[in-house]
Design a protein around this ligand. Sequence first.
Ligand code: CUA
Length: 152
Amino acid sequence: NYEKIWLAASVLLILLLLGSVTYGAVGPGVAMVSDSEQAIDAGGLDDDDRFSEPRVEQVGENEYEAYVVAYQFGFQPDPIVVPENSTVTFYVTSRDVIHGFEVAGTNANTMVVPGEVSKITVETDDRQEYGLICNEYCGAGHHVMEGKVNVV
Ligand code: CUA
């Protein structure tokens, strides 16, 4: 009997964990979905059209893509400037070690892994400046690693 209870409890726990990953999605002015995309080419960031020049590009009416590189210890571009009331997809990778990409005060948050591209789509609201922080320990300058996302 105890075995059945434990089994049921662990299944429930797994479902809860899956649920929290799927639904962790709403913050002030920014809603997001996140997943990990295609890898960086073997030639590295400087050979990759997306990241050789970190930038924000307009790809449609009210639609933007931001190509962001995290490094020890900051983000490029800085600030990341995106328009209000638009859909912005961030593609984020790392030049060196594992970092975090967290738009402070929102649920826009992903791990950033060298050689991989993390993707987060957000809906921006009104004009506002957001802090951008690294929430994965990445070395001596981790605590000063920050940037800005300016919704203009
Ligand atoms: Cu980058 Cu901590």
